[in-house]
Design a protein. Sequence first.
Length: 481
Amino acid sequence: MKHTKVKDLLTSKTTLQEVNAKGWVRTFRNNQFIALNDGSTINNIQCVVDFENTAEETLKRITTGAAISVTGTLIESKGAGQKYEIQVSKLEILGDSDAEKFPMQPKKHSLEFLRENAHLRVRTNAFGAIMRVRSVLSFAVHSYFQEKGFVYVNTPIITGSDAEGAGEMFKVTALPFENTPRTEDGKINYKEDFFGKETNLTVSGQLEGETFAMALGQIYTFGPTFRAENSNTSRHLAEFWMIEPEVAFNDLDDNMDLAEDFIQYVIKYTLDKCSEDLKFLEGRLLEEEKSKPQAERSEMALLEKLNFVLENNFKRVSYTEAIDILRNSTPNKKKKFSYIIEEWGADLQSEHERYLVEKHFKCPVILYDYPANIKAFYMRLNDNTEPGKETVRAMDILFPGIGEIVGGSQREERYDVLVEKMRAIGIDEEELWWYLDTRRFGSAVHSGFGLGFERLVLFVTGMTNIRDVIPFPRTPGSAEF
């Protein structure tokens, strides 16, 4: 008999039918009641075993973590909190699990312990819910852009360019470490390497994405990106997924409209599809917050926070306005910020972003028109800005509990201005000759943004550490699994 998913059994309209279910044992009580889960839903189905007519040896093998197959009759349950259960007529152990050694026992585990067992943590309720939400969010990303006629582009993972100009990149090489070929002046001779030049893992698909937008109109990328940034924080990963739309003929205002509409769409889609998982994660967050001081607790429950983002327009504030607000804020005056805001031109830190969102405006915020010297070279220089206070058409979206979730800009479409900016910070024009071609041949206003997918998952699930929303986190000193 073909097995039926637990999710489908629990939503079945007919009882007294013979069914087969396969999954993993969560608990086994009184030698009689098995809580079976197959990953299709956060809910278990209770399987009632006739222990008097089941071999003792088989009963001993029904342990937490064991994979089993049960065949029996689907009946209405007499137990509280469950609609149906399976009256088992046949039970088969598919894979044993040593009860004394299986790490995921039915008790509360610390998130740190679960990270050390990332290959098994998805068998817990919390991580099953997180990964189902992640999957649905991922589909929602494609759904949004496909509905709007965007073309999905796969930009290279191995690249010779540094889109961010930050230099924090993982090198890709086939050269031997013990006898690396050198040039006459002692530098590594990359001409002898696999690609004949220095290459890295990509930090962004944006530059390549721009070239496609200048032919296809509107494109998006959604793939892995890598930063060799030694940031051991709850908000950074060395390997993460990035969503990057790029649209020809869009200016900064269009870009902000697109980002806001996109975020609201994917959150609504996930709320509609993952109600049970999100309700569970909301309860988990409430329990976790009980141990925190009142001042550190979220003002809203998870579902309330998600609906708040759907129901409110994002507040649009210039960087200059934001600096004035921060400079005059109580935590700044009382030196409570770790980074005190003293003058225009300061690079905003997470604490400043969260103050603006959570304390001052109390809604998602879009900051725009940042100082040119703290932003990337490809962002369009604003006209008529005073010397020393040049700004660019950049925008960041700030979310409660997260800080920056989106970074984007109108791109510098003027060839001469772009070349001048590249020279000023030492970017080799020869390296990016192909990128400059898009400004030589049919240049036009265009804009785009990048959204770190894990930060979006973090916000939607209510988790507080980014390592808990990706299957196998890659962080400084950690490439386990």
